[in-house]
Design a protein around this ligand. Structure first.
Ligand code: HEM
Ligand code: NAG
Length: 496
């Protein structure tokens, strides 16, 4: 069958993406900082990017000082500039409007609120270029990270022909047209479990957890209350309670809770390490407000009022909490970080090391084997054919960047493409241009050698029943799919 060509509109959008001005070059200020920190960590296991824990989760100076763990490009190094950091949240175009009955919202508070403020299409169906632009402009997400997040959504949860994707479930839209020639079934949206969405999330339940009723989308208030409890239920406005250290401690607690309660808990290299761990850091960095310190420099902080709005929770007069699905928002006077201190893919690599310094479990890939508390980790050595071991990753950010690229993208992606696509050429081409590029650039920054591993991450996943994906009413184990596909089978027509 002849392949459908990308539409002119889609091609133009891709053109725009590669033309984004500051898409990480080897000499970008962020990479320079990353390589500096990487060298310090390699030589003595420490750097200013990794904090020294003293068991105290609080920001110094009673929560009104500068954070210990900051982005590589720390907002505190830039003068507060009210005009540059202002984000329009009040005009007709960008004021908060609650979603209507036909609008889609999903598991990501950041995307939900961008749609509620009209920075993404209010319908909840966005596209590659709009998604990149919105998270850069409103939150200061660096282009490499913005491209990686969006490209993954397009190719695995969206429509490759017009580059649209849904921030929740499947778009209710029109016919799929030519897409049916290349895609099996219909685009799922980012709700689809184990494709993007994963377990041990901040405040959502595990899809396969007993009693969760396959709800991985709505806020589970007991988890939200656990988070507030970790912040000692401190409601002081302006106080930096929900910093990176506290959020990663929450992640550690959530991880152990999933192991202890969900027989099918599963943590993959991409969904588990990159997405759900990074999401904890996203709260501390992006939901935070920014203000001027005594010297006129930025002070980034996340207090309870801003946290509640971000997660669509309201504190009532009697102190109780009410959650309304899909009403995430930014408070009107909220101020963004300076755009000179964007947060990028390299910040995520360091986030994982910080997470591991709180609890080494957080760097493990693997899952429960069908019973609670049966967690079996896959050593990085099993995934890399012995090329690197988990211990190597702990003191080498460049090796970790390479591992995430190889195990999270290079090895996994062909399998996922085969599971989702009838005809794979266009998807692979798109991935090569848009998804691999940002990961590969970082993995090889500073001339880091980053070679393909000789084994497959997906093989290592087949032991875990929770690695099952359900797509288009069919389901299968991600791990077993490799073998099924090797046998020439393209469709998932039965349970594996
Ligand atoms: C194109 C960009 C983005 C995509 C495709 C995306 C996708 C996702 C997905 C699939 C999840 C579910 C993961 C899970 O299972 O926990 C998620 C969760 C989350 N995302 Fe995003 N996201 C994006 C940008 C952002 C931004 C800019 C922010 C912050 C402003 C953000 C904050 C979060 C948070 C805090 C969660 C965890 C929610 C929870 O567990 O309660 N995301 N995102
Ligand atoms: C955010 O910080 C600015 C600058 O200090 C302040 O004027 C505003 O009230 C704060 N807004 C919120 C929602 O915390």
């Amino acid at each position: 069958m002849k392949l459908t060509l990308l539409t002119a509109a889609a091609t133009a959008l891709i053109g725009t993406v590669s033309a984004f001005p500051s898409f990480q070059n080897a000499d970008s200020p962020q990479y320079a900082e990353f390589l500096k920190q990487a060298a310090a960590i390699k030589s003595n296991g420490k750097s200013s990017a990794l904090w020294k824990r003293d068991g105290n989760l609080e920001t110094p100076d009673n929560g009104f000082g500068q954070r210990r763990l900051t982005a590589l490009l720390n907002p505190a190094n830039f003068k507060y500039n009210a005009k540059e950091q202002h984000v329009d949240l009040t005009s007709d175009e960008h004021k908060f409007i609650a979603p209507g009955p036909n609008d889609i919202r999903g598991p990501c508070p950041g995307l939900n609120l961008l749609a509620n403020h009209g920075y993404l299409d209010r319908s909840g169906v966005t596209n590659l270029a709009q998604g990149i632009d919105a998270i850069n402009k409103v939150f200061g997400v660096e282009y490499d990270l913005a491209l990686a997040l969006n490209a993954y959504a397009v190719v695995f949860n969206g429509n490759l022909l017009d580059l649209s994707w849904s921030i929740g479930g499947p778009p209710k839209s029109k016919g799929l047209g030519a897409l049916t020639e290349i895609l099996l079934g219909q685009p799922s949206g980012i709700n689809a479990h184990n494709i993007y969405e994963g377990d041990a999330s901040i405040v959502r339940q595990d899809y396969y957890a007993p009693g969760a009723n396959r709800d991985n989308v709505e806020v589970h208030m007991p988890y939200f209350k656990d988070l507030l409890k970790l912040g000692k239920n401190d409601q002081t406005p302006g106080k930096d309670i929900y910093n990176a250290e506290l959020m990663l401690q929450h992640k550690a607690n959530r991880w152990h809770e999933s192991v202890a309660t969900n027989p099918l808990f599963f943590n993959s290299a991409f969904g588990g390490l990159v997405v759900t761990t990074a999401a904890e850091r996203f709260v501390a960095e992006f939901a935070a407000n920014n203000t001027a310190d005594a010297n006129g420099y930025n002070r980034i902080y996340l207090d309870e009022p801003n946290l509640l709005a971000f997660f669509s929770v309201v504190r009532n007069k009697d102190g109780s909490l009410t959650y309304t699905p899909g009403h995430e928002r930014l408070l009107e006077s909220w101020v963004r970080r300076p755009l000179a201190s964007t947060f990028g893919l390299d910040d995520i690599v360091l986030t994982l090391l910080n997470a591991a310094s709180i609890d080494p479990s957080l760097l493990s890939v693997g899952g429960n084997t069908g019973k609670v508390n049966s967690f079996a980790g896959v050593d990085a050595g099993d995934i890399t054919g012995g090329a690197v071991h988990t211990a190597d990753l702990l003191n080498d950010p460049q090796a970790l960047a390479c591992f995430l690229f190889q195990a999270g993208i290079e090895e996994l992606v062909p399998t996922q493409v085969n599971v989702l696509y009838k005809s794979t050429a266009q998807a692979l081409d798109f991935i090569g241009k848009n998804l691999k590029t940002p990961f590969q650039k970082l993995a090889t920054a500073g001339n880091n050698p980053c070679n393909k591993y000789s084994t497959k991450a997906v093989d290592a996943y087949s032991r875990f029943p929770g690695s099952k994906i359900e797509t288009n009413g069919k389901e299968g184990l991600l791990g077993s799919l490799v073998n099924a596909l090797a046998g020439g089978k393209r469709r998932l027509s039965r349970n594996f």
